[in-house]
Design a protein around this ligand. Structure first.
Ligand SMILES: NC(=O)c1ccc[n+]([C@@H]2O[C@H](COP(=O)([O-])OP(=O)(O)OC[C@H]3O[C@@H](n4cnc5c(N)ncnc54)[C@H](OP(=O)(O)O)[C@@H]3O)[C@@H](O)[C@H]2O)c1
Length: 267
């Protein structure tokens, strides 16, 4: 039996890609699902798909919320608590990237990205972690990225946002070690989802094979079950990270520049 059977899981960004794969795996494990994203239509479609695939009586609750708004996390948690739910597993997954030149990107969109990728996960963690610590039970997965490990030119602010989330999470995991609460940073490399269309670019070379969202999620749930605080899905991503530890940092950033450098400046 899965450890998540009958337990309540909150997944942000549950209507697509990695978040939807988390919803499917945890539905299969018998969890009660609290799903959020902005679009109620896509949330409803996701719930329908899950019920058709697993169980017509699957307990699923839908709370559409814009987590790129400053008041999103508090409103979401208030609604969840008013409905009488207690969260056992929080998966801070919603996020997006903006490819291109930092100095010419829409500043409002940049702030929304920081809110969604960093501030909201931190706020949701702050709101839900004390209850978990009090119960000496629970877990939090923060979906960071391989982009967190180095500067990524032409995806600079996104990479910075994920670096903050990952470093915060690794520190928090140690703080929580004796508390009965597990905390995991998940750092996927390029993964099949809507992410690249939203960001406006696909990293060079990724066409040769991206991981599936299910492979990423299976790695995360496995690493969490083993009490790890960092999950890097895929052997090539783990090898890349090992290489980065021995190569000078400036060279790593220059190599990373090849991934998103606009065509006109390439080669
Ligand atoms: N795919 C990759 O290559 C990759 C690699 C490393 C890390 N990641 C990270 O993985 C996470 C999931 O991304 P994905 O690849 O699954 O992307 P995706 O397919 O684009 O899914 C993004 C999800 O976030 C929701 N979302 C977007 N804006 C939101 C907002 N303002 N408020 C609440 N929800 C919002 C979307 O639903 P609505 O549009 O309905 O709100 C959707 O459910 C992100 O944090 C991303 O940075 C992805």
């Amino acid at each position: 039996m899965s450890e998540w059977q009958g337990r309540t899981v909150l997944i942000t960004g549950a209507t697509s890609g990695i978040g939807q794969a988390f919803a499917k795996r945890l539905a299969m494990a018998g969890a009660e699902l609290i799903l959020t994203a902005r679009s109620i239509e896509r949330l409803t479609a996701t719930a329908l798909e899950l019920r058709q695939e697993f169980d017509p009586h699957l307990p699923i609750h839908l709370y559409p919320t814009d987590l790129a708004r400053a008041d999103g996390p508090v409103q979401l948690v208030e609604t969840i608590h008013q409905a009488g739910h207690r969260i056992d597993l929080l998966i801070n997954n919603a996020g997006f990237g903006i490819a291109g030149t930092f100095a010419t990107q829409d500043p409002q969109r940049q702030l929304e990205m920081l809110q969604l990728n960093v501030i909201s996960p931190v706020a949701l963690t702050r709101l839900l972690l004390p209850g978990m610590i009090e119960r000496r039970s629970g877990a939090i997965i923060q979906v960071a990225s391989m982009a967190a490990f180095q500067g990524v030119p032409w995806l600079s602010l996104y990479a910075g946002s994920k670096a903050l989330l990952m470093n915060f999470t690794e520190g928090l995991a140690v703080e929580c070690r004796q508390s009965g609460v597990r905390v995991l940073a998940l750092c996927p490399g390029p993964t099949q989802s809507s992410f690249h269309a939203t960001a406006g670019a696909t990293p060079r070379g990724a066409e040769r094979g991206m991981m599936s969202a299910f492979e990423v999620v299976d790695c995360a749930l496995d690493q969490l079950a083993h009490g790890r605080s960092l999950a890097i899905p895929g052997t090539s991503n783990r090898l890349t990270l090992l290489l980065e530890r021995v190569v000078p940092r400036s060279l790593v950033t220059r190599l990373a520049a090849r991934l998103y450098r606009p065509d006109s400046k390439h080669g």
